[in-house]
Design a protein around this ligand. Structure first.
Ligand code: SF4
Ligand code: SF4
Length: 332
């Protein structure tokens, strides 16, 4: 059953949630909209296309101490980082919710990542269906849709005078405010998106593994790593130990498999020394290795890497090119 909430109802509800939870919501930071923990509901942005960054940073922060080891009077104590409070992520679009669901596969498989698991189980997701799509969006080609409720606890869809509220999970039902009326009207239709030819992409990736195509595309790549940092499904990281006055902290920070030296091993061997090999790795991870391991492509079609790459490397174009190159090779 769908319910109806006016914008004032939603604002009051967020205020109530804020008393007991960390609420992460879209806010304006300089010229951009991005997800951040809020301290007041007035900061929440309701009307936005897509945020600069997805909310993946709540589960995998850009940089975070995993634990510290302290030595005191001959005793050694290991102190793990704790998750202090339950959280709600408000306003994430279906593509970003699917990104979180995809990250679950590597982070929750045993042995699972303790901090990720704790945050995931203590965070509720209140999604916001997309009423408009940006030109770079292609979620419908990557297993989702602008109104896809499948990876959130509650989905809101903006209607004429407020929001249509759909509780998807028991966790979502428990969070709903009391007293919302049933909504019996029509739910607005989602925007239509252009299709990207993803059929056979996994086999095309396998077939073109050694093709010179990758060096050609990578020639203009700047190694800025923007594509990885804005991506809701990229999760490469680096770990370092920092020692100071008898205390050592193990810190995990975002990295990218496209960085030179990312795959350098202790003996000095690097299996990916060229730009083409590293760029291919990012695409292989999304379109070949992840599907082989977890039976799903690791791209949700949010379009951020397309929008933000300074040299216009476009995953939609790469996927289309793969199809063309394999067809040309097979003579069809
Ligand atoms: S690869 Fe690009 S389009 Fe796909 S999920 Fe990542 S940022 Fe979005
Ligand atoms: S954003 Fe573009 S230039 Fe930067 S690393 Fe990614 S593909 Fe290369």
């Amino acid at each position: 059953m769908n319910l109806f909430a006016s914008k004032d109802d939603v604002i009051r509800w967020l205020g109530e949630l804020l008393k007991e939870h960390v609420v992460i919501a879209p806010v304006r930071v300089q010229e951009q909209t991005t997800f951040q923990p809020i301290s007041q509901v007035e900061d929440v942005v309701f009307d936005f296309n897509n945020t600069a960054l997805s909310p993946k940073g709540w589960f995998l922060p850009p940089t975070e101490t995993l634990f510290s080891v302290q030595r005191d009077d001959g005793k050694v104590e290991l102190v793990p980082t704790k998750v202090e409070r339950d959280a709600v992520i408000f306003g994430l679009h279906p593509c970003d919710a699917r990104g979180i669901a995809l990250m679950d596969s590597p982070f929750l498989q045993e042995p699972s990542d303790a901090l990720y698991r704790e945050r995931r189980s203590r965070t509720a997701l209140i999604g916001l269906a997309c009423r408009q799509a940006q030109p770079e969006c292609f979620c419908t080609s990557m297993g989702s849709a602008p109104d896809d409720p499948s990876n959130v606890d509650i989905l809101l869809t903006e209607g004429e005078d407020g929001y249509i509220v759909q509780a998807v999970t028991e966790k979502g039902k428990a969070l709903l405010p009391k007293g919302l009326a049933e909504y019996k009207g029509k739910v607005p239709a989602p925007p239509k998106l252009e299709a990207v030819p993803t059929k056979e992409v996994v086999s095309a990736m396998r077939e073109l593994f050694n093709d010179p195509y990758w060096e050609q595309v990578a020639d203009r790549c700047l190694h800025c790593n923007i594509c990885a940092y804005v991506c809701p499904t990229c999760y490469c990281f680096d770990m370092r130990d920092y020692a100071d006055k008898g205390k050592v902290e193990r810190v995990r920070s975002w990295e990218s498999c496209q960085s030179p030296g990312f795959s350098l091993t202790a003996g000095g061997y690097d299996p990916r020394t060229t730009k083409g090999e590293r760029l291919r790795q990012r695409f292989c991870h999304k379109l070949l290795y992840f599907p082989e391991q977890f039976q799903d492509v690791a791209c949700v079609g949010c379009g951020r890497c397309v929008r933000d790459c300074p040299v216009n490397i476009d995953i939609r174009e790469v996927i289309s090119n793969l199809k063309q190159v394999t067809e040309a090779k097979s003579g069809s």
